[in-house]
Ligand binder design. Structure first.
Ligand SMILES: Nc1nc2c(ncn2[C@@H]2O[C@H](COP(=O)(O)OP(=O)(O)OP(=O)(O)O)[C@@H](O)[C@H]2O)c(=O)[nH]1
Ligand SMILES: [Mg+2]
Length: 290
């Protein structure tokens, strides 16, 4: 059985960093795992582990920009469309990897996750090749600093999940930054609230009431039309609690281990053996203020 984990999420969420740490972790556990780079704009120095399959061998955004005179964003979209038209290239590249675990580092263009057919088509191809696929969707902990930004992250995660219909986990990356904030004594705590650890749980398991309450800082003028929209979003999330986040703090090996266990479990990795139970989340880490 071949496995593919798609590491997805908005720009700068920490996908490539997580992918590198994930692969190192698997290798330390003596598991065969390889990197597939699907980001046509990735710089070769950005990989901790060298990719065995690299979209840049097919097409690079620099070439598209210089030869077709596209701008960077149009250039990226052109690259994905080119890959979709050349899936036989990917299938051929994948041919050499039997019984392996492949980690796909995906690009950060949000439209790829919300409405572009790129990922669904990719998943169809992988599934047809008998590769078991799951996705990890990362958003970074800084999203918790602004509840509106946070909920737009939740909605984009939901939209991506609905689009893909594959086993899926959501990850709140860069949790080391939250701990750092909590420890430092500074202003702004009342404004965003994430400096209080007990609040973090309300974000990991999104509490729609975060949106329903008014922003508590100066300059906040609540427009009644936005209030109605927020209420509608609150109901949507209450009625369809599809999204919760696993915290990922790469400075703590246990945290990475927990996320990896969840990915294995979600994908039923090695299902011939006993399915693995994911480790219990250490909620106490973030729930209780000291
Ligand atoms: N503090 C902290 N910073 C991180 C962590 N992971 C990534 N970063 C930083 O966040 C930035 C973006 O990380 P990447 O791993 O390149 O993110 P990405 O999602 O691959 O970005 P794109 O491919 O451009 O969408 C870099 O400056 C990283 O050093 C983390 O766990 N903690
Ligand atoms: Mg990246």
């Amino acid at each position: 059985m071949r496995y593919a984990v798609l590491v997805t999420g908005p720009a700068g969420a920490g996908k490539s960093t997580f992918t590198g740490a994930f692969l190192n972790h698997l290798r330390m556990a003596k598991r065969t795992a390889h990197l597939v780079n699907l980001d046509p704009a990735a710089s070769p120095t950005s990989f901790e582990v060298q990719p065995v399959i690299d979209i840049k061998d097919l097409i690079s955004v620099e070439d598209v920009m210089s030869e077709l005179e596209y701008g960077p964003n149009g250039g990226l979209v052109y690259c994905f469309e080119y890959l979709l038209q050349n899936m036989d290239w990917l299938e051929e590249e994948l041919g050499g990897y039997d019984d392996d675990y492949l980690v796909f580092d995906c690009p950060g263009q949000i439209e790829l996750y919300t409405h572009h057919p790129f990922l669904p088509t990719l998943v169809q191809h992988l599934t047809r090749l008998n590769i078991r696929v799951c996705a990890a969707y990362l958003i970074e902990s800084q999203f918790m600093e602004d509840r509106y930004k946070f909920f737009s992250g939740v909605l984009s995660a939901m939209s991506a999940m609905v689009n893909l219909e594959i086993p899926w986990i959501n990850v709140m990356s860069k949790m080391d930054l939250v701990t750092a904030n909590t420890d430092s004594e500074s202003d702004g705590g009342a404004r965003n609230g994430i400096r209080q650890r007990k609040d973090v749980a309300r974000y990991l398991d999104p509490d729609p009431l975060l949106l329903a309450t008014r922003r508590g800082y100066e300059g906040d003028i609540e427009n009644p039309r936005f209030h109605a929209l927020n209420q509608a979003i609150v109901h949507l999330i209450e009625d369809h609690p599809l999204v919760s986040f696993l915290p990922l703090d790469l400075t703590k090996p246990d945290s990475l281990e927990t996320v990896v266990s969840h990915i294995d479990y979600t994908m039923q990795y090695g299902e011939d053996e006993e399915p693995k139970e994911p480790h219990d989340m250490d909620e106490g880490d973030f729930q209780d203020a000291d």
